[in-house]
Structure formats: C-alpha cells, structure tokens
Design a protein around this ligand. Structure first.
Ligand code: FES
Ligand SMILES: [Fe+2]
Length: 332
C-alpha cells in the first residue's frame, strides 16, 4: 500500500534551479526541474560509478553527474556521455519515479500510483486562507508522530502553559468517527483552551477537529461558533531514512483584518516552541523503545487514547476502519 501512495518529499518553492536530495522509505532521491518546469525524481545515484547526482547540477532540464558529467533526463535516459560519441540511449538507465506537484508540495510515488491514489489534500479547500509552511525532521515513527499531533492529553504536560494547563481542565464531548481513509475526532463544548496560544488567537471556539488520513496526514482544525475556520494545521509526514520522519506542516488562518505577515511572524515563533517540545518527547520515546528492543512489549492504550489505536490499525492494515461513531466525555 505504502508503495502505491503519494508521499510529499519537498516544498514546491524549495525546488528551484539546483537539484535537491531527499529520501522516502529509505530510498535516496534527487529532485530537479526539467525544462518545462515539471518536478522530476530519480534515484540519487549515478549508474556509472555511484556518485550522488544531487551533488551535480541541472543543465537544460537534465541532471548532470558531478563525477564524469553523464547527463540524465527526467525519464532516466542517459543523454550525454562527455568525451565520447556515444549516442543518447533510448532505454532508461535509472528508474524514474512518478513525481507531481500539488497543494504546495512535491510528491513521489515509489511504484505506479494505485488506481485511486492522489496526493491527499488538506481541509479548508475553497476558503480564503493565509498560509505558511514549517518543516521539521524527527527521529520517530509515523505512527508516534501522528498520534502525538492529534492527542490532546499530552498538551498539559509537554506544552504546559502553551496549549493547556493540567489544573484548568474542561469537561468536553468528543465524537470519534471513521473516515473513508482515516479517523476523526470532533470536540465540542470546548471553550477557550487555558494556554497562551488560545488566549491570543481565538475567539470563542465552536468545535475543533483532529483527524488522521492515510497515508500520513494529521490535521487540527479550529472553528468558531459560526463554524468559520480560525486555524487549520495540516501536517504531512513522510518516513524517509531509518527511523526518521520528515514533517511538512501548513499553518492556515482565515484571511481577515490582521495582516498575514504579522500572523505568520507570531504563529511561527509559537509553533517553533511547540514543535521543539514535541520533537524532544518523541525522540525520547524512540530512544527508550530502542533501549528495550530485545524485550519488546505492545503499547498499553488508555481510555483517553481516542485516535491512537485507530491510527495504528490504519497504518498496519491500510484499510478503512469499521466501527460506529462513538461519543466520549473527557476532561481536557
Ligand atoms: S559516476 Fe556519474 S558520470 Fe561517472
Ligand atoms: Fe504536542
């Protein structure tokens, strides 16, 4: 399933004239733009002597190896072998990957995309939004990161004061329901959260949603009492090298009176703190699991783990979840 899905590997605006190295599911890739501006992805190895093509340069929309200058087109054909009269080859020497651009990201697919697979889009389509991007790399699994992102119950401790306080909890109702490619929690009757971010950025909240969608999108969406979007954070996560996760987070706010640059300046600083706090606990969890690698045990789910078990099942089985919508009362 993973191999026929689209995975984001770079921000679209990051991929300019120079080639870009990235990695997806342990496969090192070079990204570049061909002559028509389209993004292309090849394995990051020259078939001649294994030099990393990402260290080369792009000439006429083709990637040129830094070692002996062989050139490769987006489809993997070798088009030039300097110093010889060798004609361009008609067969590919490198297996090019399906590559496209959508939602501000460059995506690749390891095998031909599955029949229905398209890059998974963020919510809030068709609304006037101010957006900016934040990226990160974390030593953890996709499952741990997705659960962390959507789990409200760590915020009182890991982000104490920033998002919520342990001593100022509120009773709220949560509905958890399956989506055709994921799982969603809908929180209602939650007033403002007790932390700094909520006090600064929100009016009275109506409802908020946390959702996970395959293969790796976690989203948090806050809406006001009139069901207008206040804040939407969409985090696409791509497993790259062993145990490493690349995170592409798009922060979107409703376009309004406050200028986008101002919102971005303040929100970026706050999210930097939040991301650092999450990265720290996630990397502690990964390292600690590693200490116990010869004594493995399954994680113990608690009653407040609203989405984690569903996310685990989705990632392990790649199938829609089959359960009836459930309602919980919690103190968040
Ligand atoms: S290693 Fe790339 S051209 Fe020789
Ligand atoms: Fe967090």
């Amino acid at each position: 399933m993973q191999r026929t899905q689209w995975w984001p590997v770079a921000l679209g605006h990051e991929l300019k004239k120079a080639p870009l190295a990235c990695q997806v599911h342990d496969l090192p890739l070079v990204l570049f733009r061909s002559d028509d501006g389209r993004a292309a992805a090849l394995p990051d190895r020259c078939p001649h002597r294994f030099a990393p093509l990402s260290q080369g340069r792009v000439r006429d929309g083709q990637i040129e190896c830094p070692y002996h200058g062989w050139r490769f087109a987006a489809d993997g054909r070798c088009t030039r072998v300097p110093g010889t009269d060798q004609a361009p080859s008609s067969t590919a020497l490198l297996d090019s990957l399906a590559c496209c651009e959508a939602h501000g990201l460059v995506w690749v697919c390891l095998n031909a995309p599955g029949a229905l697979a398209t890059p998974v889009a963020p919510a809030g389509q068709g609304q006037a939004l101010d957006t900016f991007w934040m990226t990160d790399q974390v030593q953890c699994s996709l499952q741990d990161a997705a659960e962390n992102f959507l789990d409200g119950f760590h915020t009182h401790f890991v982000h104490a004061g920033w998002i919520r306080h342990d001593l100022q909890r509120q009773r709220i109702t949560v509905r958890v329901r399956p989506l055709k490619d994921g799982i969603e929690a809908i929180y209602s009757e939650e007033g403002k959260q007790s932390g700094l971010i909520s006090r600064m950025f929100e009016g009275q909240r109506g409802r908020s949603m946390g959702r996970f969608r395959l293969p790796g999108l976690a989203e948090i969406e806050y809406r006001d009492g009139n069901d207008h979007l206040n804040l939407l954070v969409s985090a696409w996560m791509t497993p790259c090298a062993a145990g490493q996760l690349r995170v592409f987070a798009r922060v979107a706010t409703a376009r309004g009176k406050v200028p986008a640059v101002l919102k971005r300046a303040v929100l970026r600083q706050m999210f930097k703190v939040i991301l650092r706090q999450d990265r720290q606990i996630l990397e502690q969890v990964s390292a600690n699991r590693q200490r116990f690698h010869s004594h493995p045990v399954a994680p113990l789910d608690g009653p407040q783990d609203l989405l984690g078990p569903g996310i685990r099942q989705l990632l392990e089985q790649g199938q829609p979840l089959a359960f009836e919508e459930r309602t919980f009362n919690i103190s968040l």
